[in-house]
Write a protein that binds this ligand. Structure first.
Ligand SMILES: Nc1nc2c(ncn2[C@@H]2O[C@H](COP(=O)(O)OP(=O)(O)OP(=O)(O)O)[C@@H](O)[C@H]2O)c(=O)[nH]1
Ligand SMILES: [Zn+2]
Length: 392
């Protein structure tokens, strides 16, 4: 295969992944392939009764399964089956018997299992139903690690809760159930992620004088899936031959735009611009990684769990996400395209220093970036220090 063939094939598979992600967000079904094996999959939070009935007929006697992260399953009192934990982060499988399944959809069981903040049913009845979920005990019926993890990764990439309802079908039968634009191979997702991070295209820029930083240019970089752009806010004229003062700022709609007091993002955003301007020059990278990479809607769900007692880290885990789902390749790639290889990094977060260095950018100095707490964010900040290792 020539390089041009490979590029064309990769572009086609990327377009398929994008269509599959959109279909999952819409509540539709996609097919995920792994050799001779395949699953039809629907995001649990979007599952409707008619789609469930369709999945049930596709699954036949094998039955419909619910895929959850082990952490979420543990929170629900379900024990993880060792057969499900092979191949990295555990993904747990529950079988939904036909009776339970019908009842489940009617009773919003699946939504409740996927979303710990759902308020659709009184908790008592649902908790009893959850305990009736049968874990997959038979290793022969276990799904491949590629299919289990692929399905959960797809949900996360679509910024949906990591819980999927699936029917196993032979690969040869997939075309009968799902049209080809919504059929993808498990390996396409990993390629998609790599490309998202490394194929950023500079798409627009303009001079935007800011209060206290009048010599500012904003440069937009678009990821290859056409998703939300990352922005480089370039203040003054940074000298690429010296380590440049840089802030990596993860998007926070509530803190940055609305001035939410639940976090310190608004202060950090404006504080970084002020500090960079005072120092003469530097760059703030405004990264489209809302909610530490879980998206705004899941961050709001995490806030509800925090109001019920969880801290910011446990709330993420209860939803089935990792503590921090951010990646630093896009930031490193933007810096490279701007000609910058060494930085002085404004942060309190040791993972950002490690993440950037891992992606080939030299961090010559960490510059502390802390602001006074208030009554609403004191616990959040102390959790960052005690559980994430932030250096305040
Ligand atoms: N999931 C989740 N995300 C949150 C919560 N509070 C704030 N965030 C997000 O956390 C991110 C904070 O980003 P940063 O300030 O760049 O990073 P940081 O990890 O605090 O590190 P610093 O560089 O020291 O500020 C933003 O994307 C916020 O939307 C929360 O309770 N849960
Ligand atoms: Zn914030």
């Amino acid at each position: 295969m020539t390089n041009a063939d490979l590029t064309a094939r990769t572009a086609t598979s990327q377009a398929t992944v994008e269509r599959c992600l959109a279909e999952l967000r819409r509540g539709g079904a996609i097919a995920l392939m792994d050799g001779d094996d395949a699953i039809l999959a629907v995001a649990a939070e979007n599952l409707e009764e008619s789609v469930f009935a369709w999945l049930n007929s596709a699954a036949g006697t094998d039955g419909v399964r619910l895929l959850l992260t082990a952490e979420r399953a543990g929170r629900l009192g379900l024990k993880t089956n060792p057969a499900d934990t092979a191949g990295g982060e555990a993904v747990c499988i529950c079988h939904l018997t036909a009776d339970l399944a019908a009842e489940a959809v009617k009773g919003a069981l699946i939504h409740h299992v996927a979303d710990p903040t759902s308020t659709s049913q009184p908790a008592g009845a649902l908790d009893t139903a959850v305990l009736d979920l049968a874990l997959d005990e038979d290793p022969d019926r276990s799904l491949s690690s590629n299919l289990r993890h692929g399905a959960i990764d797809l949900a996360k990439t679509a910024r949906l809760l990591p819980a999927m309802v699936v029917a196993r079908v032979p690969a040869a039968a997939v075309a009968y159930w799902v049209a080809s634009p919504f059929t993808m191979d498990h390996a396409d997702l990993a390629t998609h992620r790599r490309m998202l991070a490394s194929q950023l295209r500079r798409v627009g820029s303009a001079r935007v004088p800011l209060e206290g930083a009048e010599q500012t240019e904003i440069i937009a970089f678009r990821p290859s899936d056409g998703g939300k752009e990352h922005l480089a806010i370039v203040i003054g004229r940074p000298d690429p031959d010296q380590p440049v003062l840089i802030r990596l700022h993860s998007e926070c709609f509530t803190g940055d735009l609305l001035g939410s007091l639940r976090c310190d993002c608004g202060d950090q955003l404006r504080g970084a611009i002020e500090q960079i301007a005072k120092s003469g020059s530097g760059i703030l990278l405004y990264l489209a990684q809302e909610g530490r990479g879980i998206g705004l809607i899941n961050k709001l769900r995490a806030y509800r769990l925090q109001d019920a007692g969880a801290d910011t880290l446990d709330a993420n885990l209860q939803l089935g996400f990792g503590a921090d789902e951010r990646v630093y390749q896009p930031a490193a790639e933007m810096l490279r395209q701007l000609g910058i290889v060494a930085v002085r990094l404004l942060t309190n977060n040791p993972d950002k220093v490690k993440g950037l260095e891992h992606c080939g950018i030299r961090v010559t100095e960490r510059v502390a970036h802390a602001f006074p707490s208030n009554d609403h964010n004191a616990r959040y900040l102390s959790t960052k220090a005690t559980r994430f290792g932030h250096m305040f």
